[in-house]
Design a protein around this ligand. Structure first.
Ligand code: ATP
Ligand code: MG
Length: 179
């Protein structure tokens, strides 16, 4: 059972934890010597704890690498859908090139399922990425409402189930917990 097999993993559902679970996985994989790339769809420039932590981490000399890139424009509203579509398309092109580059062992496409949900990307285009993936690469997709065709193509699907969220009581996003 030691055989190496690249897994397609999906974190979906309405509960919190999709991105943080992916980041936890990134940490584990990096510590295990894997080369890890995190591409964030939709998310634009923000002062997130993960960006700062990874910047610190990359200052420590290591044989392998970990990188995070934000490929989005931030909040979506009905006036900037066109720009968001263009950003999502170019993020998808970057993802395809990186998947085929042989540089990475684990690639996380964070919030890519939101890009599908908000019709910035076709689910078929994401499925095409899964299909061209070299067999040894692990791929993680996150976001709510994973479409069935992607669930069918995945090896591991976890649904975060909303039981309670502080937002429901009007508690604002907390630094270090949400970003
Ligand atoms: P996290 O990044 O904290 O792991 P996530 O990736 O599961 O969360 P997303 O759907 O990507 O969640 O939403 C990102 C932001 O929305 C986070 O700040 C998260 O805490 C918040 N969020 C997640 N679930 C809910 C919810 N059910 N109600 C309100 N806000 C939520
Ligand atoms: Mg998320």
């Amino acid at each position: 059972m030691e055989e190496k097999k690249g897994l397609v993993m999906i974190h979906t559902g309405d509960g919190k934890g999709k991105t943080t679970a992916a980041l936890g996985l990134a940490l584990r994989a990096y510590g295990a010597g894997l080369n890890v790339l995190i591409l964030q769809f939709i998310k634009g420039r923000q002062n997130s704890g993960e960006l700062a932590a990874l910047e610190l981490l990359t200052k420590i000399p290591a044989e392998n690498k970990i990188e995070i890139r934000q490929c989005g424009l931030g909040f979506i509203d009905k006036n900037n859908i066109g720009e968001h579509k263009a950003a999502a398309d170019s993020a998808l092109d970057i993802a395809r090139a990186e998947i085929l580059s042989a540089k990475w062992d684990l690639i996380i496409l964070d919030e890519i399922l939101y890009a599908v949900k908000f019709q910035l990307l076709d689910a078929e285009k994401v499925l095409a990425l899964i299909k061209i993936k070299p067999p040894q690469i692990h791929l993680v997709l996150t976001g709510r409402d994973a479409p069935k065709i992607l669930i069918d193509a995945a090896d591991l699907v976890t649904e975060m189930n909303l039981v309670k969220h502080p937002f429901q009581r009007g508690i604002k996003a907390q630094r270090g917990i949400e970003f």
